[in-house]
Design a protein around this ligand. Structure first.
Ligand code: SF4
Length: 320
């Protein structure tokens, strides 16, 4: 069995709001592992805490509590305190390449910077390496002389991916890498990411609100709701045998492309209400305000994560 490249234990990230001791509990105690060469989809609605998880794993936010291990090494500190050689092994691709790239820099210069900072190539070979990085994402070599402002959103995201690859990382955190792009270019970005993953064996923590996208590209899926993981399972089992009412609600509302998928789809569960504020998380099960199956215990006791079958876990009083 593949070793874990990333291990997250009891991770919390709270943000203070106002002066009354209130906190946004963006991440409220999560545990998960990412294996070497695995694609793990971390899926949730807006406000679920999935992007905060990405930023905390990357050290952009420091954890309020809990631990993050990269290859068994504790990295539960802000990025500024992480060793440089370790930082180069973990890279992030942000949602919006328009803001993550410096539009005043030539693309060659954008790609050169991480190569120099991390001593990735002798000076004489930097140009060749820049060309190689562009080719890895199917962009022509002469793009090194262009500026991001002259490119479309899809090509800018390819440059952002090339920049992430410059340090030869083994783990990529992909924070909604296609959600700011036109539908017409989303498939190209996904295909490029999956080709790179298959060719180089990268591990991806893939953050998205798009559950249907994960069906075809992830090995396992974790569903986040109000700062907690509610269900995590291998992808096939996740879609064939979802046990958490929230997962069932999400799966029942996504389009299917085949009769087989239609047969497996849970009966349509009408979403109830909105996701509550992460400042006022409901007592007991945090999904109780929207759950069609909520009963007395759900308003009093927070359910523990239970193992349903090997690698399949869910957090619900009805799960056993
Ligand atoms: Fe619904 Fe109760 Fe399960 Fe929460 S614990 S998902 S409220 S049945």
């Amino acid at each position: 069995m593949a070793q874990n490249i990333l291990t997250v234990r009891g991770l919390k990230k709270y943000f203070p709001v106002g002066k009354k001791g209130l906190y946004v509990r963006a991440i409220d105690g999560i545990d998960f592992e990412l294996k070497k060469g695995e694609v793990l989809g971390l899926v949730g609605e807006s406000g679920s805490g999935k992007s905060t998880t990405a930023y905390t794993v990357m050290g952009i936010h420091s954890p309020t509590a809990g631990s993050i291990y990269f290859n068994q090494r504790d990295i539960s500190m802000p990025s500024s305190k992480r060793p440089l050689e370790l930082k180069k092994d973990m890279q992030i691709v942000f949602q919006d390449p328009g803001t993550s790239l410096n539009i005043k820099r030539e693309i060659g210069k954008i790609l050169e910077l991480p190569l120099k900072v991390h001593n990735m190539a002798p000076k004489a070979q930097i140009r060749d390496r820049i060309i190689e990085l562009l080719e890895m994402v199917d962009l022509p070599a002469d793009y090194m002389y262009k500026y991001p402002s002259t490119l479309g959103g899809g090509e800018r995201q390819l440059v952002a991916i090339a920049r992430a690859l410059a340090t030869d990382p083994s783990l990529l955190v992909l924070d909604e890498p296609t959600s700011a792009l036109d539908v017409s270019v989303q498939a190209k970005i996904i295909n490029t990411l999956m080709r790179l993953q298959s060719n180089f064996g990268f591990s991806y923590l893939f953050i998205t609100h798009d559950l249907s996208l994960m069906r075809n590209i992830s090995h396992r899926i974790a569903i986040m709701y109000l700062g907690k993981i509610m269900e995590i399972a291998p992808t096939v089992e996740f879609f064939q045998s979802p046990v958490h009412p929230y997962t069932q609600m999400l799966i029942s509302s996504i389009p299917v492309v085949s009769k087989e998928e239609e047969k497996l789809k849970p009966k349509r569960i009408k979403p109830q209400g909105e996701i509550p504020s992460p400042v006022n998380i409901p007592e007991g099960c945090r999904f109780n305000t929207r759950c069609p199956h909520a009963f007395e215990d759900c308003y009093r006791d927070e359910p523990e994560m239970k193992e349903i079958s090997p690698e399949h876990f869910a957090r619900c009083h009805l799960c056993s």
